[in-house]
Unconditional design. Structure first.
Length: 361
């Protein structure tokens, strides 16, 4: 069977806390949800984006695929974490056939691992023509073009592919978490006209940040402080087991803890995440000559009551909790609307990945 650009892919987001699966039918502007499911993982199965217990992850994925009665093998997955490098770089304008080799040479200085061990990809950005009156004008930019460089260690890609294969799937695309979030937002919004937008995916191991300028990825960072940090803080503060601390985040307050105390502890534990985000926003504004105009928050952490206010206060920008299903048709017959609404932000990466169609290159 040949895959065409229309082939619908099953999307698999293997996160540190859980695996999410999604599938969409239709095409851009007319998407309909076919499948959406989540399977939790034990805390040690995936650590900081790296699969540590392959057997457990394959087992959980196999059960999820069965539970969702999946009828396609072709799948897209994603990677994230500190082994994934995304950088905007400037290279001299040159013919496309020379560009690849030049970028490969240029890339070495930005990649902290052996260039032979990574898969490199790049995208040429639309050229900005600036005149000398523009505050962002830099005479050194003349004759140069901007490129987004992506480098992922081969072993990270191989590990994802092997897991999908072991669960009976055929991985055809491996994408990045932060790009999947862009695709999810792009279902309902025209990103090119939105100025500087921060996408904040509050996961278990990472706070995945991507700041877009008119729809183009300008600054990304996977901050290694997220939901697990909050869980750990609650565990030590109230002497709780992991499960009890996770439940506390979801509003199940243990007998020995006062409600106000619990809320205070969650807010306090968010402090480090807010600090890192603020630092990243400042770095973005000094290096890009632009201010973040607004932020969207997704991931499991976006389900924390009041998280939008907490972020807006600290970062000084309007913050919206992002629902990736807001512009997707959802059959009331097939899905329970209430439980779907409760988990939607957590499925943002999976939904964004599911917008991908297999395209021949
Ligand atoms: N209802 C909820 N309220 C508060 N926090 C929640 C809720 N549901 C999930 N979380 C938290 O969200 C985090 C998991 O989010 P998510 O599923 O987006 O992470 P992940 O994709 O598995 O991890 P990562 O992207 O870091 O690898 C956990 O820390 C969990 O405690
Ligand atoms: Mg995630």
């Amino acid at each position: 069977m040949f895959l065409s650009a229309k082939t619908q892919l099953l999307s698999i987001d293997i996160g540190s806390s859980s695996i999410k699966l999604a599938q969409l039918s239709g095409s851009q502007g007319k998407f309909e949800l076919s499948r959406l499911g989540v399977m939790p993982l034990e805390p040690e199965a995936v650590v900081e984006g790296v699969v540590k217990d392959e057997e457990q992850v394959v087992d959980a994925l196999t059960r999820l695929v069965q539970a969702e009665k999946v009828d396609t093998k072709y799948a897209v997955a994603s990677v994230s974490g500190e082994n994934v490098i995304i950088k905007k770089i400037k290279v001299p304008i040159m013919p496309p056939e020379e560009l690849e080799e030049s970028i490969r040479q240029e890339a070495e200085q930005y990649i902290p691992f052996d260039i032979d061990d990574v898969q490199l990809d790049f995208q040429i950005l639309p050229q900005k023509v600036r005149n000398e009156d523009d505050p962002a004008f830099d005479s050194e930019d003349e004759g140069k073009q901007e490129v987004v460089l992506v480098a992922v260690q081969n072993e990270i890609i191989d590990s994802r592919s092997d897991i999908l294969t072991a669960a009976g799937l055929k991985p055809v695309v491996i994408d990045l978490d932060v790009f999947a979030v862009v695709n999810a937002l792009g279902i309902s919004r025209n990103l090119e006209t939105m100025g500087s937008v921060a996408l904040i995916d509050l996961g278990g191991a990472f706070t995945h940040l991507n700041i877009l300028m008119d729809g183009v990825t300008s600054y990304t960072r996977d901050i290694p402080v997220a939901g697990n940090h909050i869980t750990q803080e609650l565990m030590s503060k109230f002497e709780l087991e992991f499960e009890a601390a996770e439940s506390l985040k979801m509003g199940v307050i243990p007998d020995n803890v006062e409600r106000d105390q619990a809320i205070g502890a969650v807010v306090e534990a968010f402090g480090l995440i807010l600090e890192e985000l603020q630092r990243s926003f400042e770095f973005f504004s000094t290096t890009s000559n632009a201010q973040v105009d607004q932020a969207y928050v997704c991931g499991g952490g976006a389900l924390t009551t009041g998280v939008d206010g907490l972020l807006a206060d600290r970062l000084g920008v309007p913050v919206e909790i992002f629902d990736p299903l807001e512009a997707i048709k959802v059959s009331k017959r097939v899905f329970d609307q209430k439980s779907l609404a409760q988990m939607a932000p957590l499925a943002t990466v999976a939904v964004g990945l599911a917008t991908r169609r297999f395209d021949y290159k």
